[in-house]
Design a protein around this ligand. Structure first.
Ligand SMILES: Cc1cc2nc3c(=O)[nH]c(=O)nc-3n(C[C@H](O)[C@H](O)[C@H](O)COP(=O)(O)OP(=O)(O)OC[C@H]3O[C@@H](n4cnc5c(N)ncnc54)[C@H](O)[C@@H]3O)c2cc1C
Length: 488
């Protein structure tokens, strides 16, 4: 079959689905993307409420540096992203400790001078990993062709790749111990806070290789997106349409039709049935199982249980965040676990982006990791239980914010809260699981392939996991495997 005759349906306009759709449309495939909401972006969408434009989940643009997955994608699709570098990626706050994370490690080394050898090794590993991932990652391996590609890359980057193998079987905590840093509780908490938001688990479980690239994010560059992070999805949707595809909103897919190992098409809630040669599902495996008439895997069977998010959207007086160029802050509580309000990530719309808030105000998104199960259990016990839990989490987050910024309570003008129950209805992600998988192993990762020959997964449930650059790297792999099936 000629590539121009191939008809692909993409289910979901998250960053992964849009990137896969845009890459396929650019290659000439006929792409129809079906999105249940009225706008694109999913976890990296931006929504309007009360005159504000709030980023729903993702707030920090990364992977836009030269050679990074977002920069390469933009170049390939002819998109000029509406981004500006953030002078400070984010500020880390813990008790009286305040560190600006960014292009230089200067502040970190001043506070933790014994960590110099660790950061040297981390930089070396990250540089190698960015090089190896350039142009996509043939992982997990799906046949001899992938092995050959990997071998070629490994040989060209030898002996770095040989050194990498030493880290592949280690946890980040063991790596810290190699540098005598495991007993420094303040340093471990600093590292854990960064790992939780990037690899969805802390140093005792995180794989060292995943940790090396995650800890590089502030250094490789972080960017603000004019209009909010959802602008990225809007531009990817436009790219699909420019290349002859269609992006249809308000189209919720409720069933995948199949015969034996072949998917025939999909059915939508409003009664349409669309045939396809190829289907790409921008869904979690659980959500896909439901569309396929199967039961999702029970919760709690994973080594590292999955997270949901509790998020607050605040309208605040513009004067609250005064340090120029500081739009993101991570605050950790004095002690205790980092999830369930023990750490929060606070992002404010840039003071000079009038599209995000009424004059004199800013749109703030605050998130914390939470296990979804208690939220659904509370709801099952009754709406009042659920609302009480929501109130409790709101109060705990606002208290932690006030601990670091005492003027915050007086500056807040409006508050909206979203729980995993809300996230499930926003994104169609079963049980409101967000952030992909805990990156504990390089070997137990999910490939885009499914039980069907012509159905592929994309998004943060597949390797290499969450974040805009993560899902775009996964989308490239998804497209590669999908087209390989047609001999392209
Ligand atoms: C609180 C939070 C903060 C984050 N912070 C950052 C950050 O600062 N930087 C960063 O890079 N990443 C961040 N991330 C991670 C990043 O947002 C995600 O990894 C990424 O956006 C997930 O994209 P995805 O392709 O998996 O699709 P999703 O975002 O899951 O989107 C899936 C889409 O499919 C649609 N859909 C679902 N079911 C159906 C159906 N049946 N029919 C039709 N459409 C359907 C949904 O409506 C949705 O639009 C954050 C995530 C969260 C939750």
């Amino acid at each position: 079959m000629d590539i121009q005759d191939l008809h692909c349906i993409v289910v979901g306009a998250g960053t992964g689905g849009l990137a896969a759709g845009a890459l396929l449309a650019r290659k000439g495939v006929q792409v129809t993307l079906l999105e249940s909401q009225g706008y694109p972006g999913g976890c990296a969408g931006t929504f309007t409420s009360g005159g504000y434009r709030f980023d729903a989940g993702a707030t920090l643009g990364c992977g836009f540096h030269k050679g990074g997955p977002m920069e390469v994608l933009g170049r390939e699709l002819g998109i000029s992203w509406p981004i500006k570098p953030e002078p400070v990626a984010w500020q880390y706050r813990h008790r009286d400790l305040s560190i600006d994370l960014g292009g230089s490690r200067k502040e970190i080394l001043e506070r933790f001078p014994r960590s110099a050898s660790f950061w040297k090794e981390q930089s070396m590993l990250a540089e190698l990993l960015w090089k190896l991932s350039y142009g996509g990652l043939s992982w997990p391996v799906a046949g001899p062709r992938d092995l050959a590609i990997l071998a070629r890359k490994a040989i060209s980057e030898f002996p770095g790749t040989a050194r990498l193998l030493k880290f592949a079987a280690k946890t980040a905590y063991e790596w810290l111990a190699d540098h005598g840093l495991d007993a420094d509780d303040e340093f471990v908490r600093f590292i854990d806070a960064q790992l939780l938001v990037s690899v969805q688990t802390t140093s005792r479980h995180a794989n060292a290789v995943n940790a090396a690239i995650a800890l590089d994010l502030p250094v490789s560059g972080s960017y603000r997106v004019d209009g909010g992070i959802g602008a990225i999805s809007g531009m990817l949707a436009d790219s699909i349409e420019r290349d002859g595809g269609a992006v249809l909103y308000g189209k919720k897919v409720i069933r995948i039709d199949s015969i034996r190992k072949e998917v025939l098409g999909v059915e939508t809630e409003d009664g349409d049935a669309l045939a396809a040669d190829l289907v790409i599902a921008n869904l979690t495996p659980d959500s896909l199982a439901i569309l396929d008439g199967r039961t999702p895997a029970p919760a709690g069977v994973e080594v590292t249980p999955r997270w949901g998010a509790f998020t607050l959207y605040l309208g605040i007086d513009s004067s609250l965040f005064e340090q120029p160029g500081l739009n993101h802050m991570q605050i950790t509580a004095g002690e205790g676990e980092l999830g369930e309000c023990g750490s929060i990530f606070v992002s404010t719309s840039p003071v000079d982006d009038p599209s995000r808030a009424p004059e004199g105000f800013r749109a703030v998104t605050i998130s914390t990791h939470t296990r979804p199960e208690p939220w659904f259990e509370a709801l099952a016990r009754g709406r009042q239980h659920y609302l009480e839990l929501k109130e409790l989490y709101t109060r705990r987050i606002l208290d932690l914010l006030a601990e670091q910024i005492p003027e915050a309570p007086q500056a807040i003008r409006s508050v909206i809260a979203a729980t995993p129950v809300t996230w499930e209805s926003w994104t169609g992600r079963h049980h409101g699981y967000v952030g992909g998988y805990g990156q504990t192993s390089l070997f137990e990762v999910r490939s885009p392939s499914t039980a069907y020959d012509n159905l592929f997964l994309v998004g943060d449930s597949i390797f290499p996991g969450q974040s805009l650059p993560g899902v775009v790297t996964g989308a490239r792999r998804c497209v590669e495997l999908a087209l390989r099936r047609y001999g392209k």
